[in-house]
Design a protein around this ligand. Structure first.
Ligand code: SF4
Ligand code: SF4
Ligand SMILES: [Zn+2]
Length: 272
């Protein structure tokens, strides 16, 4: 489990505050880190955590209106639940040409009239299945047929977007200060996020939602509101498309950075 806690990265005190954590979504504040580390974590999460995706398709019959290539492309983009403890990257497998350790087969046989959904893909491994069963693949008319075998293998987002496990973004933690406010309310009207409220005094309802657009500053003639950001604190938003739980994507991304640091340290120690 990802936890609130303190740790030391590069000599500074690091803290994680989890705002939201579900199978598909993680929102957390990571503080005490550099912009370079925040970016490394984001890049590692989207490009270096492997997942399964369909990469080869043997089409035995396709009398639909979609070309074989289009059909294969659509299949490749269906997120597949991935068990990273059961599979290895093809490039790291001793077989080099495909075996049950580095690939999984999914078959599809459907006849129109109907819309064929991802849930109709039959997997040879019960642990590997489409993350969502209701993704439309193709619409078949009366008498049209599709019969195929799709081969999925592990890959990384740095090779192709179909192997990207999640979207991940971050922003600096907003800091907002108010002084000498005359209560005119102009900033309340201007804020696109609706997070400024004026009752007896001007208050902010949720700093995390601030997009750092500075519109409130622009309309304040007194210069009473100041929007800034904490350079060492970052609000992360990660959304998994279902291949891996959001938590696993972040933890594996962090492990990946740790592994790289270890390898670099080893190389540097050889030099000295
Ligand atoms: S615009 Fe300036 S003076 Fe007016 S309510 Fe906002 S902070 Fe106060
Ligand atoms: S910076 Fe933009 S989002 Fe943030 S409080 Fe000001 S107007 Fe609202
Ligand atoms: Zn293999």
């Amino acid at each position: 489990m990802m936890e609130r806690g303190l740790q030391v990265i590069g000599g500074s005190e690091t803290n994680i505050d989890i705002i939201e954590l579900s199978d598909r979504r993680a929102k957390f504040i990571l503080s005490g880190i550099s912009p370079a580390f925040a970016n490394a974590l984001r890049r590692s999460a989207i490009a270096e955590v492997p997942i399964l995706a369909i990469d080869d398709v043997n089409i035995y019959e396709n009398t639909s209106v979609l070309f074989d290539e289009m059909l294969a492309l659509r299949l490749g983009l269906i997120p597949l639940k991935t068990d990273l403890d059961s599979y290895v990257l093809r490039s790291e497998c001793s077989c080099k040409e495909g075996c049950p350790l580095c690939q999984v087969s999914l078959t599809l046989s459907a006849e129109g009239p109907k819309v064929v959904y991802s849930g109709e893909l039959k997997s040879s491994d019960p642990k590997v299945a489409p993350a969502d069963e209701n993704i439309p693949i193709i619409e078949l008319m009366e008498g049209q047929k599709v019969v195929l075998e799709a081969i999925a293998q592990l890959g990384k987002g740095e090779e192709h977007a179909k192997w990207q496990p999640a979207t991940c973004s971050y922003k600096n933690m907003p800091t907002i200060s108010i002084s000498k406010c005359n209560g005119c309310g102009a900033c309340v009207e201007a804020c696109p996020k609706g997070i400024l409220k004026l009752n007896d005094a001007l208050t902010m309802t949720n700093e995390l939602d601030c997009s750092l657009c500075h519109l409130c500053e622009d309309v304040c003639e007194l210069g009473a509101i100041h929007v800034g950001s904490d350079p060492a604190s970052f609000v992360f938003n990660l959304e998994s498309h279902g291949s891996l739980p959001a938590e696993e994507v972040i933890l594996r991304a962090a492990d990946n950075i740790k592994g790289k640091i270890k390898r670099l340290t080893k190389c540097l120690s050889k030099l000295s």
